[in-house]
Design a protein around this ligand. Sequence first.
Ligand code: NAD
Ligand code: MG
Length: 333
Amino acid sequence: MTDTSRRTFLAGAALTAGAAVTFAADTTASAQSSSGGAAAPTAPNAANYPKPPYPTDMQPWPGLASQMNPRPDHGETSYKGSGKLTGKKALITGGDSGIGRAAAIAYAREGADVAINYLPAEEPDAKEVIALIEAEGRKAVAIPGDLRSEEFCRSLISQAADQLGGLDILVNNAALQQTRPSIADISSELFDDTMKTNVYAPFWLTKAALERMGTGAVIVNTSSEQAGNPSPEIVHYAMTRAAVLNFTKGLAKELAPRGIRVNAVAPGPFWTPLQVSGGATEEKLRTFGADSPMGRAGQPAEIAGLYVAAADPMLSYSTGQIFGSTGGNGQPA
Ligand code: NAD
Ligand code: MG
């Protein structure tokens, strides 16, 4: 271990220890139940969330939340539902980790049955999420597979709708983000993979889902503050978040007469596997979120409520909306 990496490791250990209370991602049923019981969820304590400098423990893509230092807070011990999505059937892509996992936990605690999609390599993370959904007494469906294939996207929608007994909410959340110093370093293969995962897959999934959806259904997309304020080293990724934002607004107009809503959530910097598995450089990761007015990265638990709001039937006049969570850096567009 070099001096620098030892210092980073020790800083990480201190951060983890300091954040032990809010970052205990206990996945046992007794600690999770939102329906009362001995161990009721505690309120999130944002004041205790880690701040930069962050440890820079990189992982190979696609990364695991369970291997991150510090572990992200997805709301495992804090999200408290109030029946907002009772009886709904939801599919969440990238539901194994990060923002998608936080949405999956929140949806289950709001009364929804939830299917998650993820890559086969992410099975350990997915297992934790399935256990968390089941701990709420909700149906949990795990459907691994690669979204870069149109055939798989179509089959994912069929499997999810068949196993859940319908489909009311599709959350297009999975994405590929791999940093490159210059456009000269972005190969056609990486560009293609980024477009397939981040633009084609939401298009294919939405198209297939609409064949199974009725009045009251909702598509929830994931954009980014990158849509309106792109960083230079991820231009290929940032343009996909702009595309999704535009897709959200356009499709909302088409589907309003059918009673189907389309909204998007636009995160700022969030502490997730995407960032530690090639989405950010080591240098950027160390100071991740430091340039936001909050001075830190967001934790997935802090954005879950916006995914609930985007799908909430009570917000029936909200379609084509972009729900932001950027730590004070404003709206993406
Ligand atoms: P994450 O790594 O936890 O989630 C991304 C997920 O995408 C992975 O878990 C993986 O299951 C899935 N995925 C990637 N390629 C796939 C493929 N080919 N087939 C199937 N699944 C695939 O990271 P996250 O940050 O929670 O990302 C969720 C969303 O949030 C993404 O749309 C991302 O663009 C957006 N976002 C993240 C940030 C941030 O700072 N973390 C900021 C703005 C927007
Ligand atoms: Mg993952």
